[in-house]
Write a protein that binds this ligand. Structure first.
Ligand SMILES: Nc1ncnc2c1ncn2[C@@H]1O[C@H](COP(=O)(O)OP(=O)(O)OP(=O)(O)O)[C@@H](O)[C@H]1O
Ligand SMILES: [Mg+2]
Length: 454
């Protein structure tokens, strides 16, 4: 039993892998051929006339149809004609009796592949089925390969498409990125340009403001100096008019010697020179002195000049000014008129400080200002020390700020120190302040020392 089963399995294995439709109206023949074919092929469909055969074809689409011709309902030829119209691949084999040869031509026209004469020998049938099966299997293989190729081609096409799409997308992304980058770069350039322009404008504005502040401070100093100047000019003017009077008087009494005249005229010229000096001084104050920063300046002389302008005024206010100046000439590098302007600013602050202190103390207080000059580490230093109200610690860091003032509107603008600082810095010097509230204030002006002597 087990052996039989194995044998049957082996038989199944050897059958041709094709499907066959067998159409025959005679029952006996059908049974015979069915047995033969069943062993020969893997799928077998049976029909008993053309109509059934057509239906079976429609349902199963077999690879091979073997059909009788003469059958009831629909004959074999009509059936194969029908089928051939739709299907050019299916193999068609006609079984015909000896007398049916007149159908051969029709059958050939229809496209029948082969004929078998009845009664069909098993051997012949087997051989024909094998032969046709070879073609069918080969064709199937070719078709399969063709399909695989098409599939592979399709896959390749899809892959290519995908790749192209990705390349396109990436290109677009890149283009976008490049565009954005260029735009950002351009924006940055614009921004830089705007920034540069704004910095330049701002610098110009600052410079203008600084100039204005200096101008303003000059004007203010001028106001304060007016009294001093008037006094200073008055003296030589007095001398001149007195000298002229004397000459006129001597002339009227006829006692004019040449020697006398020369002496008098010399004195007159001296007075005139003094006036010219004062006028020069005032004129320089009103001129733009921006570039005059590298002269050699005798600091003691500048201190004297400054004092000559204010001494009368300070004397009137009982302010004692004491000097403690370096013995030898102290020469600094800078512009004497601007240094003088700084000294006048500092002296004005000192004056205010001592006046304020007097208001607090009322009695037993002497207003004092001391001016010192000395050399220190390649600098000529000028100290202006007052025994006034001093600067509270909380203010000490602000006093050089423009517009910082503790004075009321009439007494101060808060520009004096900031401008002085600017002027001294321009001459590569420095200003420092030391103070104790209600005791003293010492402002030290450092200017680079001039080493060269003529
Ligand atoms: N010698 C000093 N003693 C006490 N306080 C001083 C002295 N010098 C400056 N200060 C303080 O520093 C502030 C700023 O001084 P700065 O000279 O800059 O302006 P100001 O004197 O107030 O006004 P301006 O000089 O413009 O008329 C003063 O208001 C004052 O409070
Ligand atoms: Mg001041």
């Amino acid at each position: 039993m087990e052996e039989q089963q194995t044998l049957k399995d082996k038989q199944v294995d050897t059958r041709l892998d094709i499907s066959v439709l067998f159409v025959e109206d005679e029952e006996l023949l059908r049974a015979i051929y069915e047995r033969i074919l069943d062993k020969l092929v893997s799928k077998l469909y049976i029909a008993s006339n053309g109509k059934e055969g057509l239906e079976a074809y429609n349902t199963h689409q077999p690879d091979l149809i073997i059909t009788d011709i003469m059958m009831p309902v629909m004959d074999g030829l009509e059936m194969v004609q029908n089928i051939r119209q739709k299907d050019t691949d299916v193999r068609l084999v006609i079984l015909s009796a000896y007398g049916e040869a007149e159908y051969f031509m029709d059958a050939i026209k229809i496209g029948v592949n082969s004929f078998l004469l009845k009664p069909v020998e098993t051997k012949k049938l087997t051989a024909l089925v094998h032969e046709l099966a070879n073609g069918i299997l080969l064709e199937r293989k070719v078709k399969e390969q063709e399909q695989q190729r098409k599939k592979a081609e399709e896959n390749l096409r899809k892959l290519n498409q995908e790749l192209e799409k990705r390349v396109e997308d990436r290109t677009q992304d890149l283009q976008h990125e490049i565009k954005e980058r260029i735009q950002a770069e351009n924006e940055l350039k614009d921004l830089n340009l705007t920034l540069e322009r704004r910095v330049k404008e701002e610098l110009k504005k600052r410079e203008r403001q600084q100039q204005l502040l200096i101008q303003k401070s000059k004007l203010e100093s001028m106001g304060e100096l007016a009294a001093g100047i008037a006094h200073e000019i008055n003296q030589p003017l007095g001398g001149i008019s007195m000298g002229l009077d004397n000459i006129l008087f001597k002339l009227s009494i006829g006692k004019v010697s040449e020697d006398y005249l020369r002496k008098k005229i010399d004195a007159l010229f001296q007075d005139i020179d003094r006036i010219r000096q004062i006028i020069n001084h005032v004129r320089v104050f009103s001129r733009d002195q921006k570039n005059l920063v590298d002269e050699r300046v005798d600091i003691n002389a500048v201190i004297h000049d400054a004092i000559s302008l204010i001494s009368r005024q300070y004397q009137n206010h009982n302010i004692e000014i004491s000097l403690n100046l370096c013995k030898n000439e102290c020469l600094a590098i800078g512009n004497k008129y601007r240094i003088e302007q700084v000294f006048l600013n500092l002296l004005s602050n000192a004056k205010y400080a001592v006046e304020e202190k007097l208001k607090i103390l009322l009695t037993g207080y002497a207003k004092k200002i001391e001016i010192k000059s000395y050399r220190e580490n390649n600098f000529i230093v000028t100290d202006i020390i007052d025994n006034g109200i001093g600067i509270p610690e909380k203010h000490i860091d602000n006093i050089f700020d423009p517009f910082f003032t503790t004075k009321d509107v009439e007494n101060g603008t808060g520009l004096g120190l900031s401008i002085s600082y600017g002027i001294i810095k321009e001459m590569k010097g420095n200003i420092s302040v030391e103070s104790k509230e209600n005791k003293f204030t010492k402002v030290s002006v450092y200017l680079p020392e001039s080493k060269v002597k003529d």
